[in-house]
Design a protein. Structure first.
Lengths: 400, 223
């Protein structure tokens, strides 16, 4: 049998068996609608409330500060569109970065192009980091929202969210601008990073069930008490009428379990994955010439390896790897609808050639030493084969 | 046989749309030529051995293709077609099959080769996903570039055919015809035309001219 190595955990994770187990009753006898008055509904409503309290406890917030949504994209959209629209009398300036997830970026572009907002897009440095100072310099009296991701989904760099949050809090008080708020997309982080909201100093935070060994189609938005959002959809009183619609009960209960497991194991899992990550990076860089590690060497998620292999195109590499059972992804986007190369790699100030050759290996709970060794065994000959076909030879000065 | 391939629902295919609603599988022929490419230039080309060379694209726009031809003088049949491609799976496969098409059965004449269309190449591949049409089938353009190079070298300048269409972007070699076709297929903004054709991605200087053309064709066809 062909060996199968799944290294695309940043795209999505499998559902943890314990998560699956807690979800099953809601696909069976616990089918009631939480909004119903009868006991079948009441039981389910209690379970949703329990899941909400449980999540609130993990994030060190109050249960009424958790809104359930359909996933990361919706949470990002709700935070940005909802907050900007509701609070635009307070100012129409927004701040984000050029290498956010498209769920943030496209929402910002929409507000800029269609709704008269002004957006400042901060560029990361070549290592994929944003500094507190950069954010401070961009703040203005009419800034109402800053949205900066906790960790980048393509290159895995971890941004100083707590420091940025502290600075924004201080700025808000000093300039008497209560409307200034801070949102972060934390979808990539639950298995590895601190999610104690008190320590992060954020006003809104996005999480997604399907990237933490939970189910797909469910996410949440942490929304600090007192912050008003304009809903994106209408029709009921669920989630305080900010996000009406019958609750995805199985998903919510599953996500609560997934978040519990992820946060409980995060230190041990980080300690286990960092050496594997380093082994993979070292192995590729020592056996293949003309490569570049994208993103900071240490301020990165324990499971992320993003490497550009020069002179070949990412999609071709992904398909060759797929044929030997290694599942990875590329920012170079020929596999997705956009033919543009990765906006993240370009945001680092690197040329198109580097963006087209980028491959992301994202490790996960079931990744072993043997998996990494297998990749290191199959990758170099495939690179050699594709390079033999390629007319391109990128000069070192463009990617080092 | 057709050059268009029907999508399936969901994301299990090799190429997926942005909303993850539809995807396409590469055909077995595409996969065969992708994993076992024919006639590629193995080592650095000894240019003196060949009678003509052609080039299209750049790594900046995601695809670059070079071809080398050996041509029998007199009959003008293509005896050898070698290539190198930087690009995605379908770019590699389409160049590989084109190299077979022009050299099989004693080789095409330059005149026949000049008439080779992307659709012919895609048909032999058993179809390509719609969204791969413009970006990855470049070999007909590189081939015509090489044919002109051949006539230039033997000083038969009257046989050099400058494409009836006008090249708008010298890097991607996208022509006004390509833009016309993209507009007809529903790409009515510069972003959408770029998604279909890659025009200007490696050469943003040409974008004002592209915008002008989009407006022209939009008004021509859609009023």
């Amino acid at each position: 049998m062909k060996r199968e190595v799944y290294l695309d955990h940043a795209a999505t994770t499998p559902v943890h068996p314990l998560v699956r187990e807690v979800m099953l009753p809601y696909l069976d006898e616990k089918f009631g609608n939480p909004s119903s008055f009868h006991s079948l509904g009441k039981i389910v409503k209690d379970d949703v409330d329990t899941a909400r309290s449980h999540i609130a406890q993990i994030l060190h917030v109050r249960p009424d500060e958790i809104l359930f949504t359909s996933g990361g994209t919706e949470s990002d959209n709700l935070a940005i569109l909802g907050y900007a629209r509701k609070n635009q009398e307070q100012g129409k300036h927004l701040i984000t970065t050029t290498f956010e997830h498209h769920a943030v970026l496209e929402a910002m572009i929409h507000l800029e192009k269609k709704e008269g907002f002004e957006v400042t897009y901060l560029s990361p440095d070549r290592e994929g980091l944003i500094s507190v100072e950069q954010v401070r310099e961009a703040l203005r009296d009419d800034t109402i929202l800053v949205s900066i991701m906790y960790a980048n989904n393509e290159i895995g760099t971890i941004l100083p969210i707590a420091d940025i949050g502290k600075m924004i809090t201080a700025w808000r008080e000093e300039h008497k601008r209560p409307a200034l708020r801070f949102h972060t997309d934390a979808c990539q982080t639950p298995e590895y990073l601190e999610l104690d909201i008190e320590k992060l100093h954020v006003d809104m935070l996005t999480l997604n069930g399907s990237k933490m060994y939970g189910p797909k189609g469910v996410g949440l938005l942490y929304l600090k008490r007192g912050i008003k959002l304009q809903p994106l959809q209408f029709g009921g009183a669920q989630e305080r009428a900010i996000r009406p619609g019958t609750e995805h009960v199985a998903g919510i209960v599953g996500m609560a379990k997934a978040l519990e497991l992820a946060q409980a194991n995060r230190e041990a899992e980080s300690a286990r994955l960092i050496p594997l990550r380093e082994k993979l990076i070292e192995g590729i860089r020592s056996s293949i010439k003309k490569t570049r590690l994208n993103g900071h060497t240490t301020k990165r998620l324990p499971n992320n390896v993003n490497i550009s292999i020069m002179d070949i195109e990412g999609e071709a590499m992904i398909l060759y790897l797929d044929a030997v059972g290694v599942y990875t992804s590329t920012g170079s986007a020929c596999t997705s609808a956009s033919l543009d190369p990765s906006h993240v790699i370009l945001a680092l100030g690197l040329p198109y050639e580097v963006a087209h050759g980028s491959i992301r290996f994202s490790l996960g709970a079931e990744t072993t030493q043997e998996d990494v060794e297998y990749v290191l065994e199959v990758l170099p000959p495939l690179v050699e084969k594709l390079r033999a076909l390629s007319p391109v030879s990128v000069d070192e000065k463009y990617f080092v | 046989m057709t050059h268009k391939q029907e999508p399936v629902k969901g994301t299990q295919g090799d190429v997926t749309t942005a909303d993850n609603a539809k995807s396409w599988f590469y055909t077995d022929v595409v996969k065969d030529h992708f994993f076992n490419p024919r006639n590629f230039m193995l080592n650095d080309a000894d240019e003196a051995e060949f009678d003509a060379i052609g080039k299209v694209g750049s790594p900046a726009c995601g695809d670059e293709l070079r071809v080398w031809l050996k041509v029998e003088s007199g009959t003008e049949r293509i005896l050898d077609f070698r290539w190198k491609t930087f690009g995605c799976g379908s770019a590699i496969a389409s160049t590989s099959i084109a190299s077979v098409i022009v050299t099989e059965n004693g080789g095409m004449t330059l005149e026949e080769a000049r008439a080779l269309k992307p659709q012919d190449i895609m048909e032999r591949l058993g179809g390509l996903p719609q969204r791969k049409f413009h970006c990855s089938v470049l070999c007909d353009k590189a081939l015509r570039d090489a044919i002109n190079d051949y006539y230039r070298r033997i000083e038969q300048f009257d046989k050099i055919i400058v494409e009836a269409s006008r090249i708008i972007d010298p890097v991607s070699k996208v022509t006004d015809k390509d833009i016309e076709e993209a507009v007809l297929e529903g790409a009515h903004t510069i972003e959408l035309v770029q998604q279909k054709t890659k025009v200007g991605i490696g050469n943003p200087g040409c974008l004002p001219a592209v915008e002008e053309l989009i407006r022209f064709y939009k008004e021509k066809y859609f009023g």
